[in-house]
Design a protein around this ligand. Sequence first.
Ligand code: FAD
Length: 612
Amino acid sequence: MGYNVKTFCFQDSPRRAHSIAAQGGINAAKNYQGDGDSTYRLFYDTIKGGDYRSREANVYRLAEVSTNIIDQCVAQGVPFARDYGGLLDNRSFGGVLVSRTFYAKGQTGQQLLLGAYSAMNRQIGRGKIKMYNRHEMMDLVVVDGKARGIITRNLVNGEIERHSAHAVVIASGGYGNVFFLSTNAMGSNVSASWKIHKRGAHFANPCFTQIHPTCIPVSGEHQSKLTLMSESLRNDGRIWVPKKLQDVKAIRAGKLNPTEIAEEDRDYYLERRYPAFGNLVPRDVASRAAKERCDAGFGVNKTGEAVYLDFADAITRYGKEQAHVKGLDENDAVLVKKLGQEVVRAKYGKIFQMYEKIVDQNPYETPMMIYPAVHYTMGGVWVDYNLMTSIPGCYAIGEANFSDHGANRLGASALMQGLADGYFVLPYTIGDYLADDIRTGPISTDSPEFEAAEKEVKKQIEAFINNKGKHSVDYYHKKLGKIMWDKCGMSRNEKGLKEAIEEIKALREDFYKNVKVPGTADEFNEQLAKAGRVADFLELGELFAKDALERTESCGGHFREESQTPEGEAMRDDKNFTFVSAWEYKGEPSKAKLHKEQLEYEEIEVKTRSYK
Ligand SMILES: Cc1cc2nc3c(=O)[nH]c(=O)nc-3n(C[C@H](O)[C@H](O)[C@H](O)COP(=O)(O)OP(=O)(O)OC[C@H]3O[C@@H](n4cnc5c(N)ncnc54)[C@H](O)[C@@H]3O)c2cc1C
């Protein structure tokens, strides 16, 4: 659009942004399958999927531009999967009954990122973009009430730099790593969002977190990362646990193989509870259902926190189809299995390979074991319809903002929203702001505001380096993660949340007294970078718990035990909670002030969400 842009990322290349992890796909209401999809239907599914806690107008716009995103990406050269006839292919994701997900094998995020990265490089080549790799944004500089630049740290040599601008855009991703263990990239953090929050940007719905149902279960104390098995697997995989506790016991003791359990002794609990959507219920519903079965004692691994995701039926179904197509014997079980496995390999091979490498079991032969894990944060920086935060001239896009997913995000819609924001919303809205501002000429970095922000950044770094502490940064991050998972995780209650607030406060105090950061400030120092990020997580965690405590209803991924139906489903309280919680920073998380943005639905009737 003709602007001169500086971009920053903390990795050695923006190609390594967390987005490369996105496996499953990206939604768009193209209706290529002729199964009744439309802009309205995507809009409706997204609002319903978010449990009626998202802004209606934003979601409608998202649905409208969704189709343009696919065209844009194809033009950039993104190799989406194609069907036999050469048209773009689709698959289904949870929470919807149409097939609208575009994908590139199990690497959709990577391919989309490469498309965007190539386009960006063209602008770098033209001199319109200056890229700063290995630079961490440390603070926002606000001059006369407007965002006028940032302070960065060069992560290679530790240099603190000032960068001025007429507007600042934060696209720093989600904060799921506040839980320590999550499916997010190890580097994903809240710091850029948190820094602008401390400078005046409201933080919205911090407690709205997505726990994804299909992840590899936690294996032990020393794990630092959890791995997602793409939701696309639920297209073909069936989720179950044994019906009989003695079978569970035998499995855990290694005396029984799941493949030996008879069909009638298996509980396909999603199909049983939600016959209309079955294994394709939204993530919050599927996660809670897995927890319910495991809490009842039916978990199938040693820790009792795993359920099966089984492809045996899909392998047989595809195998028979292939045998029929090839004119071979459909009753030859060995042949059918072989042919079926080939189809499954073509669709999900990379994901199956990943599972086998991590778990050392062959998922073509034995059901996968899965359990819910922290995956995505619907909460984030509050933005208006133009994606501007409450600081004039400061914008937030992608997972960093709270915008479109309400209390639960549907699969394959994060990439859609991030790309809608970046390709089709911000380019138009930012111009509106810059039009009044662009004639101010270059913004000086010599102002007292830049001076003060830089000083604060340096002060924190020196404090970390000079602290004579005894515990590593990870020691605190792990402790925080445990509090978050136990008390602010898949289900929450008043007592636990109050305890979490006190425990996080105490942990934060201890962190500043006793954290040990090795090395110096003027070298590549991962521990130092991490200390700053964990410091921010320790503040966010408290606001998260406060937000969850305040919202006494259950909605989407936010499950308050006090607010559930007799069947254990989330029970919303529309009368009192049809609003976005936008928190204003007031010195520390406990003093944050709540602003309520009322949500109004004109095009959609607000109903109890049902997938039965
Ligand atoms: C395992 C996994 C699979 C997923 N699969 C899908 C899927 O199939 N479909 C889908 O729609 N969604 C999926 N998601 C969600 C989706 O991947 C993310 O929501 C999305 O990629 C976020 O993109 P983003 O650009 O907002 O942030 P990111 O990709 O996280 O990028 C953030 C960028 O900000 C930079 N940054 C952050 N902080 C700073 C700082 N302080 N200073 C400088 N730079 C900074 C980073 O360097 C990075 O480049 C998945 C998520 C996970 C965890």
